[in-house]
Design a protein around this ligand. Structure first.
Ligand code: FEO
Length: 151
C-alpha cells in the first residue's frame, strides 16, 4: 500500500488531488489482488487505473501546452511509454495470465512514485510562473484528449 506523503506534493492542488486519486486506485488494485483472486475484478481495477492515468496525463499535458513548457515532449514521452506498457501488461491479464498481476502492480506503483518525485517536479516553476499554485483548477482550461493514447 502507498500512503500519501508531503514529499509527493508538487504544490499545485489540482495536480496533487489527481495524484492522490491515482494512489487510491493503485491501493485498491493492491487490495483486490491480495484478497481476491477473481480475475474479472483484477482486470477491472487495472483497467480503471489505466483509464485514470490517461485522464491525469491529459490534465498535465494540457497545462504544459498552454504554458509552453519546454520539457513537454520529453514528459509526454514518459506518459506514452507508461500507457503502452500498462496496456500491454493488462492485455496479458485479459488473456488469462493472472499471475502477472503482482508484477504489473509493482511496476505501476514504482513508475508512479518515481515519476511524481522526478519528472513531474520539473514543471513546477513553469506552472507557478503562469499562475497555477494551490488555487485549484483553471475552470476555463479545456482538457485535451490525445489520439495517440490507447482508448
Ligand atoms: Fe503526474 Fe506526469 O504524471
Amino acid at each position: 500500500m502507498i500512503e500519501w506523503d508531503d514529499k509527493y506534493s508538487v504544490g499545485i492542488s489540482v495536480i496533487d488531488e489527481e495524484h492522490k486519486e491515482f494512489i487510491n486506485i493503485i491501493n485498491m488494485a493492491i487490495v483486490t489482488k491480495e484478497h481476491n483472486d477473481n480475475p474479472e475484478e483484477i482486470r477491472e481495477v487495472l483497467h480503471k487505473m489505466v483509464k485514470y492515468a490517461l485522464t491525469h496525463f491529459a490534465t498535465e499535458e494540457t497545462y504544459m501546452i498552454k504554458f509552453n513548457f519546454s520539457g513537454c515532449q520529453l514528459h509526454r514521452n514518459e506518459h506514452l511509454d507508461f500507457a503502452d506498457k500498462a496496456v500491454a501488461n493488462i492485455n496479458k491479464v485479459i488473456n488469462g495470465d493472472y499471475q502477472v498481476a503482482n508484477e504489473i502492480l509493482e511496476y505501476l506503483k514504482q513508475w508512479l512514485l518515481n515519476h511524481i518525485q522526478g519528472t513531474d517536479r520539473k514543471y513546477i516553476d513553469c506552472f507557478n510562473e503562469n499562475g497555477l499554485y494551490n488555487a485549484g483548477l483553471n475552470k476555463d482550461l479545456q482538457i485535451f484528449r490525445f489520439k495517440s493514447y490507447p482508448p
